[in-house]
Design a protein around this ligand. Structure first.
Ligand SMILES: Cc1ncc(COP(=O)(O)O)c(C=O)c1O
Length: 421
């Protein structure tokens, strides 16, 4: 089917949940996606932070081929070779003890929320004062299922589905005083994205994160770090919380975990895992043999290829060039992020929209989040040459946009400007 036929069929047959760009991708190679006309697009978004090794990586292809010849699915009623092997890799890299596997970010988050409620109930049964409330952060995004949504801050995502799961309060981002004032033994968990993703690539402050760790330790509540977007090497470390030297009790992973196959994981301490027993939580598909085999291959490829170091170095190079653009173009208000989780904030949502569209015309994929923020989540294999291409395109576009604004302002002045308007 051609693009137009697919568009017409989807308009009739699918729920209108997405506003897709009118491009039909049929192939991919390394850092590039390829459309049905054979045009190549430099991908700086990697399927929203998923395709960490780019397209057609031999480690991913080999694992899919090898495992799919053996077993794709068996359910969680029986053993297969992959879960313990993957859990070993993840526990070693996250500093946590036990893993639960599911199929997506939001499901990993649901598992973390359920664990926090079950653990607080266990502690109460052991005589400890611990309530059931969640403290989440303003501007947070944790997913779109009902539980995850109740800890996601943005009103536009929440409001149509009210009432949500009760018991979540929001703390002002990086406001330590507000965090301390909101915390009590009623709280079962503090929920933090170490770097807010959908919220515009905003790192939490060291002071705020440390205060959250100290408060939760004082009552036995859990500190839960959502690393679904920032985890598994995206920031140059396995988890973004490792940049802060803070160890949470629970973390969630998903996006890049299985090289593009759906897989999520919730990891926790042995202490928190005491709250779970057979039958309390589960998943039909979660942690299937194919997804686990690919995830093991992804982690090994990241390790063997020295990719964490590469992400760190390439991210620094990219960020330095974005900062140069910020110094040169008035419309850029801030550059944020770590490793290859970067953003550039502009002074208007309209301009951010136009810049994304003009990058697409130049066949470079980025996206806009939080209205005014250009977001970069490229595959970890991005090289300096790809950074140079992206930065040069951004520079041209921001120059055009700036010139456009200046000529508008000049025209406005020539016609009498606001005095007559
Ligand atoms: C920090 C964070 N948590 C949770 C989610 C939800 O993940 P998923 O879309 O896989 O359900 C996302 C998705 O963007 C995310 O960025």
């Amino acid at each position: 089917m051609k693009l137009q036929a697919i568009q017409a069929a989807e308009a009739k047959l699918l729920l209108p949940t997405y506003e897709r760009n009118p491009i039909l991708f049929v192939d991919g190679e390394g850092m590039y996606l390829i459309d049905d006309n054979g045009e190549r697009y430099l991908d700086l978004l990697s399927g929203i932070g998923v395709n960490a090794l780019g397209y057609g990586h031999p480690a991913v292809l080999e694992a899919i081929e090898r495992q799919s010849r053996k077993l794709v699915h068996i359910s969680n009623l029986y053993f297969h070779e992959g879960q313990a092997e993957l859990a070993l890799r993840l526990t070693e890299r996250t500093g946590l003890d036990r893993a639960f596997f599911c199929n997506s970010g939001t499901e990993a988050w649901e598992a973390a929320m359920k664990l926090a409620r079950a653990y607080s109930a266990l502690r109460r049964s052991e005589g400890r004062m611990l309530g059931t409330r969640f403290l989440a952060l303003e501007n947070s995004f944790h997913g779109r299922t009902m539980g995850a949504l109740s800890t996601t801050h943005k009103e536009k995502y929440r409001e149509p589905f009210a009432p949500l799961v009760p018991g979540a309060d929001f703390v002002r981002f990086n406001d330590v005083d507000h965090l301390r004032a909101s915390f009590s033994s009623e709280v079962c968990a503090i929920l933090i994205e170490p770097i807010q993703g959908e919220g515009g690539i905003r790192p939490v402050s060291q002071e705020f994160f440390a205060a959250a760790r100290e408060l939760t330790q004082s009552t036995g509540a859990l500190l839960i770090a959502d690393e679904i977007q920032s985890g598994l090497g995206r920031t140059g470390k396995w988890c973004a919380y490792q940049h802060f030297g803070i160890q949470p009790d629970v973390t969630t992973l998903a996006k890049p975990l299985a090289g593009g196959l759906p897989l999520g994981a919730m990891l926790c301490t042995a202490e928190a895992s005491r709250a779970i027993h057979p039958g309390l939580h589960g998943s039909t598909f979660g942690g299937g043999p194919l997804a686990c085999a690919v995830a093991i291959a992804v982690i090994d490829a990241i390790e063997r290829g020295g990719i964490l170091h590469h992400v760190h170095e390439t991210g620094r190079y990219f960020k330095r060039h974005l900062n140069d653009l910020a110094a040169k173009h008035e419309s850029v208000t801030e550059v944020r992020g770590m490793g290859l989780m970067l953003s550039m904030e502009l002074d208007s949502a309209e301009m951010a929209k136009r810049v994304v569209a003009k990058m697409l015309e130049r066949r470079i994929l980025i996206n806009r989040t939080s209205e005014t923020v250009l977001r970069f989540l490229p595959p970890y294999i991005m090289g300096a040459e790809h950074v140079d291409l992206a930065v040069s395109a951004l520079n041209d576009i921001l120059t055009e946009e700036g010139a456009g604004l200046h000529s508008l302002a000049a025209a406005h002045q020539n016609t009498g400007g606001s005095r007559n308007g």
